[in-house]
Design a protein. Structure first.
Length: 265
């Protein structure tokens, strides 16, 4: 009997030592972020094979670090990405999103996921979650610009004789970026016109007096229903669903930006 109990205890100990780490992903990443100042390196942290934490701006360097860190995880297993990022460079964001497309990925917003984080990292996920005191913020993707807009954006930065040639070059570059963005959206099974639709939604006037004025906003939060209609289903959302709630979250985060809710267009 003593031998049997000893053997059973040994088996239990071995089983416990081999049990997977099931600690809450947000808690794990929050503990890492507590000792990590935004803007410092590294921005990507992989505490275990099925979890990656990302914090801070998106640029070529942080995107490369993200992809390298992700590639170090189990290539066929599911992975959870916990993010807190105000976004950044569009093409760097696409690079990060593309890296998720071949994986079974869950993206959890713990804080704010804005700009390229929302456009590409969040959109690329199979399962999309917005945690408490968190939100997803958009201000548009890469879209076509007419020649008059491009001409105004140059603002005397090039000699008059070179303006039209420069605009031709810019249009070609924008089209190449749009083609890559469209390919990404198709691969993510999302409406290829997502950002064209957003551009028109931003341009439409707010319906009722007293509501947050879209024309004055830095960015917007779309309702779950509007995003789902475009193929971006949010599976869990504990973030604010009113203009007042959005303003409170931004204030608590120490951000002075003006963000409005769009729940109908």
């Amino acid at each position: 009997m003593t031998i049997f109990l000893s053997a059973l205890l040994l088996l239990l100990q071995c089983g416990l030592s081999q049990a997977p780490d099931t600690a809450d992903p947000v808690a794990v990443c929050s503990a890492w972020r507590a000792g990590h100042a935004q803007g410092t390196s590294p921005q990507s942290y992989r505490p275990r094979p099925d979890l990656l934490c990302f914090v801070g701006d998106i640029d070529a360097s942080s995107a490369a670090d993200f992809v390298e860190t992700l590639d170090g995880s189990e290539p066929t297993g599911p992975v959870t990405i916990v993010v807190d990022s105000l976004g950044g460079d569009a093409e760097a964001g696409i690079t990060m999103g593309e890296a998720l497309l071949s994986r079974e990925a869950t993206v959890v917003v713990d804080g704010i996921c804005a700009s390229s984080c929302a456009n590409y990292l969040f959109v690329a996920a199979d399962r999309r979650v917005i945690g408490p005191r968190s939100m997803l913020v958009f201000h548009g993707g890469i879209v076509e610009l007419n020649r008059d807009d491009l001409r105004r954006s140059l603002g005397g930065q090039v000699p008059e004789a070179q303006v039209e040639t420069t605009i031709d070059s810019l249009e070609k570059q924008i089209q190449q970026k749009i083609q890559r963005q469209d390919s990404f959206l198709r691969a993510a099974d999302v409406d290829v016109d997502l950002f064209r639709w957003m551009a028109s939604a931003f341009a439409s006037p707010r319906r009722e007096a007293g509501e947050c004025q879209i024309q004055e906003a830095d960015a917007v939060v779309f309702s779950d229903e509007l995003l789902a209609a475009r193929g971006v289903e949010i599976h869990q959302n504990e973030g604010p669903t009113t203009d007042a709630g959005i303003a409170d979250l931004l204030r608590n985060a120490g951000l002075s930006k003006r963000v409005c809710l769009i729940d109908r267009v």
